[in-house]
Design a protein around this ligand. Structure first.
Ligand code: ZN
Length: 122
């Protein structure tokens, strides 16, 4: 490794509050309830001459504009047909894909999270 082309991963976190109701989940997840969701988005890149890969503040601003502004303080059932954490996570991945996102992790509670590494599939 002499060309300086190291690969780095940068992770930016955000929090949003939203309500949802899961269809056909059985039990209490079918009732309207809310979470403070924690989003972690990881971006790849190479080290630039400045000693940085990307500007954290730019990524944070773009995450706010593309994702958090829509989801925060929303009823997720107004946005998604069935707002499971998996489907929300994939939607976020698709919104951040133009920024070079490589992984999106969405925490529904401090114990439960979903990780998405692609936007494909049904
Ligand atoms: Zn829930």
């Amino acid at each position: 490794m002499t060309d300086g082309a190291e690969r780095f991963l940068l992770t930016v976190s955000a929090v949003f509050d939203a309500a949802h109701r899961i269809r056909d989940a059985g039990g209490r997840c079918e009732r309207l309830h809310g979470h403070s969701w924690r989003l972690e988005a990881t971006f790849g890149g190479d080290l630039g001459p400045s000693g940085m890969v990307r500007d954290f503040l730019d990524l944070e601003r773009e995450m706010e504009r593309r994702v958090v502004a829509t989801l925060d303080h929303s009823d997720l059932n107004d946005i998604f047909e069935n707002p499971t954490t998996e489907l929300i996570c994939r939607w976020i991945w698709e919104r951040l894909a133009p920024l070079g996102v490589v992984e999106v992790r969405l925490w529904e509670t401090p114990s439960f999270s979903v990780t998405c590494r692609g936007g494909g599939g049904g």
